[in-house]
Design a protein around this ligand. Structure first.
Ligand code: FAD
Length: 404
């Protein structure tokens, strides 16, 4: 064993940056990755464009059982610090909507290529196809069992991420190593994930996307709402508004709450405006079927469910009266969809929960229980909203690893 050797488990967002910064500081670093290549989640992030950070970092975009930890971690580590790091490896960033930042190439693979080049240039020894299967510590030395033999080090960084997206390397092993070292875990649930419903009608609307609002009710009580795309699928519902709502749904389903969504399919039109619009379209002499008449204002796949949920009694346009129109308007703006599950960690972008941050020093990410054990990234009990916030936490915690 080389004295002063640091091993980092996981060559994802956090592991790569922790490796580069510590190697630049003169440390001997070995980076172990179970996948055949590094940075798999970075490669697919932001639909291949990599939403690398957000210009407007605020604690309100992050979730944890210990918010003061996040505040401490972010002190002096805002977006500018992350941008400076990426400039130092030769990557320029550009701004998209709502402060979202992207590599100027709009290509996630350029981020991984430049991180890999810089890691190798700084002397990091990267070992892919090397899964760590067990860890232990005695006499101030960590011993790792791996698929490429046992390895020893004086400092160990757990940057093994969460179980989200197992096809990209998501796994529970980082948690197992943390608990082996005596750390507590905060309950983990899938987040930024699609939602499942056993309502049969959604299948018939699969593929329909509307710009709407989804309101979440748990046990009949209004909880919160999100605006954005709603995409009906053959298992339930997806779309940006749903991903943004999913953290709350996931946590509530885990507590056995009954979850129901109320979907506003036309949020740009107030109830009054929609009523007036529909009323003005009724021709008293037309015998056009109501279902066909509604095709003038909405996707036809949604119409049978609107007619069914509204309990519309009339069949032809000439029979539509104010009462029937009110029922249609109410349903278009409050379409009910029960939710019984999420797509789980397989569909999730991140996991809630993780290593309890009350046991971690926010200044250098060192364990308060085990000297020379460090944590970085999603393994910790912090998850962010969509918009580059999850990467921000991964980059910043990595920059802090072993920082004196
Ligand atoms: C599809 C998708 C899109 C996303 N898009 C965005 C986005 O645009 N913006 C954003 O901010 N966030 C995005 N995220 C979230 C973001 O990717 C994660 O929050 C971030 O990658 C976490 O970094 P990490 O280094 O902690 O974990 P990871 O990037 O998951 O890295 C952990 C690494 O550890 C390895 N590993 C695990 N166990 C072992 C073991 N036992 N031995 C060896 N290696 C191991 C894994 O293979 C993995 O490579 C996205 C996530 C997904 C799934």
């Amino acid at each position: 064993m080389n004295n002063g050797t640091m091993i980092i488990i996981g060559a994802g967002a956090a592991g790569l940056i922790a490796a580069i910064t510590n190697a630049r500081a003169g440390q001997k670093i070995t980076l172990l990755e179970q996948n055949t290549k590094i940075g798999k989640k970075i490669l697919v992030s932001g639909n291949g464009k990599c939403n690398i950070d957000n210009k407007y970092i605020s604690i309100n975009h992050f979730h944890s059982q210990n918010p003061p930890f996040i505040e401490e971690v972010f002190k002096g580590y805002d977006f500018k610090v992350v941008e400076k790091f990426f400039t130092s490896i030769g990557l320029e960033l550009v701004e998209g909507k709502e402060g979202k930042m992207f590599p100027m190439s709009l290509q996630a693979s350029t981020v991984v290529d430049l991180l890999e080049y810089e890691a190798l240039r700084a002397g990091v020894h990267i070992l892919c196809d090397c899964a760590v299967t067990g860890i232990g510590k005695s006499d101030n030395v960590f011993t790792l069992e791996t698929t490429q033999g046992d390895k020893k080090c004086q400092q160990l960084v757990l940057a093994a991420g969460s179980p989200a997206a197992p096809h990209l390397g998501g796994s529970n092993s980082g948690y197992a190593f943390a608990t082996k070292m005596g750390h507590a875990l905060i309950p983990r649930h899938p987040s930024l994930v699609q939602l499942c419903s056993d309502a049969i009608w959604v299948k018939s609307c699969a593929g329909v996307k509307v710009a709407g609002v989804a309101k979440l009710y748990a046990n009949g009580e209004y909880i919160t709402e999100q605006k954005g795309d709603l995409l009906f699928t053959n298992y339930g519902i997806s779309g940006l508004a749903i991903l943004d709502l999913s953290r709350e749904v996931s946590t509530r389903l885990a507590s056995f709450d009954y979850c129901e969504l109320s979907l506003d399919l036309m949020p740009e039109l107030s109830k009054e405006k929609l009523t007036n619009l529909l009323q003005s379209r009724v021709q008293q002499t037309s015998e056009k079927p109501v279902a066909l008449w509604l095709q003038g204002v909405m996707n036809k796949k949604l119409i049978p469910i609107i007619l069914e949920q509204s309990k519309c009694k009339v069949r032809t346009e000439d029979a539509l009266n104010r009462k029937e129109i009110n029922k249609l308007v109410h349903t278009i703006k409050n379409l009910k969809l029960s939710v019984n599950d999420t797509k789980g960690f397989k569909g999730a972008e991140v996991s809630t929960g993780g290593v309890d941050t009350t046991e971690v020093n926010p200044n250098n990410m060192e364990s308060k229980l085990v000297p020379n054990l460090f944590f970085a990234g999603e393994i910790l009990d912090v998850d962010g909203d969509r918009g580059g916030f999850n990467f921000h936490f991964a980059w910043v915690t990595a920059l802090r690893v072993n920082d004196n």
